[in-house]
Design a protein around this ligand. Structure first.
Ligand SMILES: *Cc1c(COP(=O)(O)O)cnc(C)c1O
Length: 392
């Protein structure tokens, strides 16, 4: 899908551009459910796959295709399938690549609903799953069974920022005849390109960094090979979780500034994480850009930057964390992440509340953990906000 050797920022702006007969600079919104055929033969040829052409928006739409081509290019995959939400992308991957009796090995601190979908629903159809700290390669390998079909890794993981060695994970998965799927939502293709390390499939909740403006929910799946992509697309079409053209237009607009947004936010994040680490009220900070992070060196090798997600716990634990969340004035108390606005949330009672406490703790999600997604505001204002909230 990559047209040329242009740099990443150039591709952010231009990849996937639609060739419009009126030369519109931006891909227009094709707000239509269906497309007319010139004649019956053309319609039959489109359905038979003998002719190119759009048929019906659930099957494909030019605005959505433009975004798919763009993200496939950024991730260096063969092509992509956009979905109505990040969970639509997760479900498309599960349903397309698993069978009855299959087994999945997954990151213990994976996005809560990705685990919930597997444990609550796929288990009803005979799919088994095991959750391990995938940053521990021997635990990862020990979890494999003869029927393991997928190794599903989130790295850095949510909300503890554990980093998994993707190259080793790919090697282990392939040695066991399984595919490696990476949820790259937290890193985005600007910071990490999992296909380069041997992953077979990469997925995103584009709701987060890729769109970046907290105004759209959406997902996307990128595959290394056309055979896998075909299975993913046919599942997306069958389950009807297509991305709407208007959604696709907004996400494509948002992605163009991905580098600028992350470069700015990660500069601030390093400053804020260092500031937090030095505060007496703070028990510990998890930010992959800090040398104190257990996988800092691995992150340095595998990623081109450290991103803008910080996890920390106050000395006063849960109560102190709650007080902080109630007292911040600039950071918005809300779930989600990766937008231009700084957000703060409490994983144990919000994003990860669906996971039993014992399992949560095993995944490093303590009751006092606070998650902070740094936006692009002035860093001095963010620090002042945290300072007044801690002092209060
Ligand atoms: C938000 C998120 C999802 C789910 O995406 P939605 O767009 O909310 O459906 C999946 N994985 C990760 C890591 C996420 O942060």
């Amino acid at each position: 899908m990559r047209q040329n050797d242009s740099g990443f920022d150039t591709r952010l702006v231009h990849a996937g551009a639609h060739e419009d007969p009126l030369h519109s600079v931006v891909t227009p919104i094709y707000q239509t459910s269906t497309f007319g055929f010139a004649n019956a033969q053309e319609g039959a040829d489109c359905f038979a796959g003998k002719a190119d052409g759009y048929i019906y928006t659930r099957l494909g739409n030019p605005t959505t295709r433009s975004l798919e081509r763009c993200v496939a290019d950024l991730e260096e995959g063969c092509d992509a399938v956009a979905t109505s939400s990040g969970m639509g992308a997760v479900n498309t991957v599960y349903m397309a690549l698993l069978d009855q009796g299959s087994h999945v090995v997954s990151t213990a601190s994976v996005y809560g609903p990705s685990r919930g979908l597997m444990e609550t629903h796929y288990s009803r159809f005979g799919v088994a799953s095991t959750y391990v700290d995938t940053s521990d390669l021997s635990a990862l390998e020990a979890a494999f069974r003869p029927e393991t079909r997928l190794l599903y890794v989130e790295s850095p993981s949510n909300p503890c920022m554990q980093v998994t060695d993707l190259e080793a994970a790919a090697r282990i998965a392939h040695a066991h005849g399984a595919l490696l799927v990476v949820d790259n939502t937290f890193a985005s293709p600007f910071l990490q390109k999992p296909l380069r390390f041997g992953a077979d499939v990469v997925l995103h909740s584009v709701t987060k960094f890729i769109n970046g403006h907290a105004d759209v929910v959406g997902g996307i799946v990128v595959a290394r090979e056309p055979g896998i992509l075909k299975r993913l697309r046919s599942m997306m079409i069958a389950t009807g979780c297509n991305m709407d053209p208007h959604q696709a237009f907004l996400v494509h607009r948002g992605v163009k500034t991905l580098s600028l947004r992350i470069e700015r936010a990660q500069l601030s994040a390093l400053q804020i994480a260092s500031w937090l680490e030095a505060r007496p009220e703070v028990a510990w900070v998890r930010y992959i850009g800090l040398p104190s992070h257990p996988q800092h060196e691995l992150a340095r090798r595998q990623m081109s930057g450290f991103g803008s997600m910080i996890g920390f716990e106050l000395v006063g634990g849960l109560e102190a964390g709650r007080r902080l969340m109630d007292r911040v004035e600039l950071a918005v108390l809300a779930v989600s992440l990766g937008g231009v606005e700084t957000l703060i949330e409490h994983p144990a009672s919000m994003t990860h509340a669906g996971i039993p406490r014992e399992e949560r703790e095993k995944a490093g999600i303590t009751d006092g953990l606070v998650r902070y997604s740094v936006g692009i505001e002035n860093v001095e204002d963010l620090i002042r906000d945290l300072q007044q909230a801690l002092a209060g």
